[in-house]
Design a protein around this ligand. Structure first.
Ligand SMILES: *Cc1c(COP(=O)(O)O)cnc(C)c1O
Length: 430
């Protein structure tokens, strides 16, 4: 059966972000429980990357699984134009209550990329609806990643992933991002350079929106910045009359140690994009949450002022109940404790790495920890050593990072650090 699945995979399936010719064959997953993935060849892998950053409460979490199963036999899907339903309304209500007060209108979509496209389109139409047609420029940060659709790619151009489609991408002003690490002695200069560039870019053109991944740039290499920097960004953006969009697709739902990065940094953006952890990692879904004052500009007596955008599966009821169940779990004392415990353990364990000459730029925010490898050690070797020891990591270029599900066992988390120390030559007992 293992052979059959793999050979059929090799013949009929095309995997994302993978060079299919040189990558090892995919691992056949047959199940999961808590932080572990079970493979067809009898291994148990600790999922140190939360299955691409989506999983919060573990694989096959019973509470979420049951909520979905129950909803599937009540109402599985219904058109969301002209209709509404309890799961969508309750999830929107809950999100609005958890986010800063003014962010209270929820527009549902299918994934992180669409949550970003929706934010862009709303920002641009907000100004055209208000009669300001010239305010149509966008600003993003170097190294940012906002998804794979054309608008999101335009914002994330500097990631280097999108060369094949460069002539499709529209122009976005890019500003340096002050990637910051522990014991970084250039923080002030980096932040200043970034703010000066942002301020200049806001001066030159009439800008509709500035988009940033707050506190952590994910796919760009887990590059972190300080809350203070975000406060200064917000001030410049708002003084220039532009909208501030927080792409919290990765940082949302507890990842930074707070419920959302905007809460941790005490900055209120105008639009916030959510996905990944929204359903606890069970179903694809996105949500763009918008300030009520922006929503008001879309009201009128004609369709042209309306937001003419939607997806077939908008507000899918199964996704919404998964989201509600996941939020309940996230807000529980147990989960909040686990989140802070992951940070405590990692904060303790990085101390041993701080003096290692093999790595650079150690950084940690909430449940995310990362560092860069000096180039003489390959990231692929790290990945393989972890895999051989039963742990799944997926380096981003030369960046090694952990972003575990909140339910991870302390023993497993500490063991991941033991393996890391072993590979770096800081211990020899694995
Ligand atoms: C993953 C990610 C996206 C894209 O989400 P998809 O669901 O993969 O389309 C957008 N923004 C950020 C910050 C992300 O991490």
């Amino acid at each position: 059966m293992n052979d059959t699945i793999l050979s059929l995979d090799r013949k009929y399936v095309w995997h994302p972000f993978t060079q299919e010719q040189t990558s090892p064959p995919p691992i056949v997953a047959i199940g999961g429980e808590f932080a572990k993935i079970f493979t067809q060849d009898g291994r148990e892998l600790v999922d140190m990357i939360s299955s691409w950053w989506v999983n919060l409460h573990g694989h096959c979490n019973k509470v979420i699984a049951n909520a979905i199963a129950k909803q599937a036999s009540i109402l599985e899907q219904v058109i969301f134009a002209d209709f509404t339903h309890q799961p969508a309304v309750m999830l929107a209500t809950k999100l609005a209550h958890l986010l800063p007060k003014d962010l209270s209108r929820v527009f549902y979509s299918d994934n992180g990329s669409t949550a970003v496209e929706v934010a862009l389109k709303i920002a641009l139409q907000y100004f055209s609806n208000s009669g300001d047609y010239s305010r149509n420029h966008l600003i993003a940060f170097d190294g940012g990643y906002h998804g794979d659709t054309v608008g999101a790619m335009s914002l994330g151009k500097s990631s280097g992933y999108f060369r094949a489609w460069e002539n499709l991408l529209f122009s976005v002003e890019m500003v340096p991002y002050p990637a910051t690490w522990i014991n970084d002695d250039a923080i002030a200069e980096k932040e200043e350079a970034s703010l000066v560039a942002l301020s200049k870019a806001l001066d030159v053109n009439k800008v509709a929106a500035v988009i940033i991944e707050p506190l952590i740039q994910g796919a760009g290499g887990m590059r972190m910045c300080r809350p203070e920097f975000l406060k200064n960004v917000a001030k410049l953006v708002h003084d220039a009359g532009a909208l501030l969009v927080f792409d919290e697709v990765m940082t949302g739902f507890g990842r930074t140690g707070a419920l959302f990065a905007c809460l941790k940094s005490a900055v209120v953006p105008d639009i916030i994009c959510l996905s990944k952890g929204l359903t606890g990692g069970f179903l694809p879904m996105g949500a763009t949450v918008i300030k009520e004052s922006i929503y008001q500009a879309f009201l009128g007596d004609n369709l042209h002022h309306a937001f003419l955008h939607g997806h077939s599966y908008t507000a899918n009821p199964l996704g919404c109940v998964a989201g509600l169940a996941s939020l309940d779990l996230l807000l529980s004392k147990d989960c909040q404790f686990r989140i802070s415990n992951i940070e405590t353990i990692c904060r303790n364990r990085i101390k041993a790495l701080l003096d290692s000459r093999k790595i650079l730029n150690l950084r940690l925010t909430g449940t995310v920890v990362a560092f860069d490898l000096r180039d003489n050690i390959t990231a692929e070797r790290f990945r393989k050593m972890f895999l051989d020891n039963g742990f799944l990591i997926r380096p981003l270029g030369s960046v090694i990072y952990f972003i575990p599900p909140y339910c991870i066992d302390q023993y497993d988390l500490n063991r991941a650090w033991d393996i890391l120390e072993e590979i770096l030559g800081l211990r020899n007992c694995i």
